[in-house]
Write a new protein. Structure first.
Length: 561
């Protein structure tokens, strides 16, 4: 961390008068703070890590009070991180003089997924493991610790034998269709022509337990007649709310407009859920010649991908078998939430690039039946489908015990939004930056990964274009380094700052920014012909606001002094 980044973090904490998701504040005026291991553990387990600032006093609006003994602070933190934490941590220190007092900070890197959870050894697991939630720290639950530990290897809960069930609980029609499909797609797999029970055993659809063949969990979920007989909560629920929050009531005081549950095998559940959602969501009509085409509120491709992922990647361990997949439809969004956070090395930031499968056997069965692709392209397909519908990319939230995908139904480029964007027409911004401004109009901030997902660009391009918007004064940076985000500078984001400017005012704004304008630049800028540009420039000369410079083809115009 540089001095500039440290100062930026201090300024943001003081401006907000609160700690940040990525920044915790400690006084350390009278010595090393107690229970500092909680912060080390929480930030080491947090995606992206975090920073602990020393020398600010929370009760005085985070005023700079300085660190009492910075050398002792460093020694004690180094000992704590290297001797008492598992795994060993190597926090990076920075010490600076700020306004006459000594301010220190430690930057704690996120540890790899294979090492999580980081914990305080004297307390052990789970008591010594902590997690950062917003700007607070709490002890991990047993399930959260289990989620991290299970991510170190390949779980096989989907291959568990279900001793309460037998072969009569499997649907022969679904099994026959699956085996016929495999024989067609894998002509060289000779085992598929063997005795039926051996084939099912080889595919881990069944397994022998106590000398009797019984379904595995994956086999029961994919081909069972009614898996919920054995696992009542392994289903999908749907609730449609009246407004934009669960608390908002309908005209007659009803809590929700619809409440359903979908049961059966995975193929049946997915088909029925998709059909019902498509029938429930709003649709717009598009007239194409003599035909009328309905456009659903959310693209079916994105919806299908999210539902398939929720079923394939949810946690099927005994910890989570009492939880179900939830779909919640609000007036402005659709949420799909499944038990179990992201698995392995996958994070929200690399979700569309990395691949890690919690339920490998189930995933293979779903892939063979074309319910999922298992090629790492699903998230990109989802984002693309939403982009083609002029909707923003989905929002992904990993809460360790659950994972949620959120689709928003507001279009990014409706007429009112385009009208709002006109106030920036004099600035040299590209379409990707315009889309980011619209995104910020609807959300409190945007990060580099969100910009990349919104515009399908790499990290360097996203960073350069976000900095460009910052330099033009349209957005402002919050945080520093890897914790950087950006918010819109306009006070009232959901309405224009002022009435849409006249073309004359837009020309004056253009010159204010670029120092001058030519007839050609005016034509390109306003999308008008030569005569219209000539007329507008002459009009501004007559009104005393512009002055021409040079003549003929070299003429350009500047603001009149």
């Amino acid at each position: 961390m540089t001095r500039e980044e440290l100062l930026a973090l201090i300024a943001e904490v003081q401006a907000r008068r609160s700690e940040l998701d990525t920044v915790e504040v400690k006084t350390a005026k009278g010595g090393t703070p107690k229970r500092l291991y909680e912060s080390l553990s929480a930030f080491a387990n947090r995606p992206g890590g975090g920073v602990v600032l020393f020398g600010l006093k929370e009760k005085e609006d985070y005023a700079l009070v300085g660190v009492g003994d910075v050398h002792r602070l460093q020694e004690e933190i180094t000992h704590l991180a290297s001797k008492d934490m598992d795994p060993t941590l190597r926090p990076q220190f920075i010490v600076e003089e700020v306004d006459g007092v000594t301010i220190a900070a430690i930057e704690i890197e996120e540890i790899s997924a294979t090492q999580k959870p980081c914990f305080y050894k004297p307390a052990g697991l789970p008591k010594g493991a902590f997690i950062r939630v917003a700007n607070t720290i709490r002890r991990m639950t047993e399930y959260e610790v289990f989620g991290y530990l299970s991510g170190r290897g390949q779980p096989v809960y989907d291959e568990e034998t279900i001793v309460q069930a037998d072969l009569t609980d499997l649907d022969e029609r679904l099994l026959n269709e699956y085996l016929d499909r495999l024989r067609t797609s894998r002509p060289n797999a000779s085992f598929l022509d063997g005795p039926r029970e051996e084939v099912l055993h080889h595919l881990r659809i069944i397994f022998s337990e106590g000398g009797k063949a019984r379904p595995t969990l994956a086999g029961l979920l994919m081909f069972g007649k009614f898996p919920q007989e054995f696992f009542p909560q392994l289903m999908i629920t749907f609730i449609q709310y009246y407004g934009t929050s669960p608390e908002e009531r309908g005209p007659r005081g009803e809590r929700f407009l619809d409440n359903r549950r979908f049961e059966g095998s995975i193929p049946v559940m997915l088909k029925e859920t998709e059909r019902y959602l498509m029938a429930t969501m709003r649709k717009n009509a598009l007239i194409e010649g003599l035909f009328r085409r309905e456009i659903p509120e959310y693209p079916i491709e994105a919806l299908r991908e999210a539902l398939g992922n929720a079923v394939a990647h949810r946690d099927y361990s005994p910890y989570a078998r009492g939880s179900y997949i939830q779909i919640r439809m609000f007036a402005d969004r659709l949420e799909i939430k499944n038990p179990g956070g992201l698995f392995g090395s996958v994070t929200v930031e690399n979700l569309d690039e990395e691949q890690s499968t919690r339920n490998a056997r189930l995933m293979r069965m779903m892939e063979d039946t074309h319910l999922v692709e298992n090629r790492g392209s699903g998230i990109r397909s989802m984002v693309q489908a939403l982009g083609e519908a002029n909707l923003e990319p989905p929002r992904f939230d990993d809460h360790r015990v659950s994972f949620q995908v959120t689709f928003h139904n507001h279009t990014l480029l409706n007429p009112e939004t385009l009208n709002w964007l006109n106030q920036f027409s004099y600035l040299p911004i590209n379409d990707r930056q315009r889309k980011a401004l619209v995104f910020l109009r609807l959300h409190p901030h945007i990060t580099n990964p969100e910009y990349r997902r919104l515009n399908h660009v790499d990290s360097l391009t996203a960073g350069a274009e976000l900095r460009g918007l910052t330099q033009m004064g349209l957005i402002q940076q919050q945080g520093a380094g890897r914790w950087t985000s950006y918010n819109l500078c306009l006070e009232d984001k959901m309405s224009p700052m002022k009435e849409v400017k006249s073309v004359e005012d837009q020309i004056l704004d253009y010159i204010q920014f670029h120092k001058s304008i030519t007839n050609l630049e005016c034509r390109n800028f306003l999308k008008v012909d030569r005569m219209r540009a000539h007329y507008l420039l002459k009009k501004l000369i007559r009104s005393g606001q512009l002055s021409p410079v040079n003549s003929g083809r070299w003429r350009y115009y500047v603001l009149k002094r």
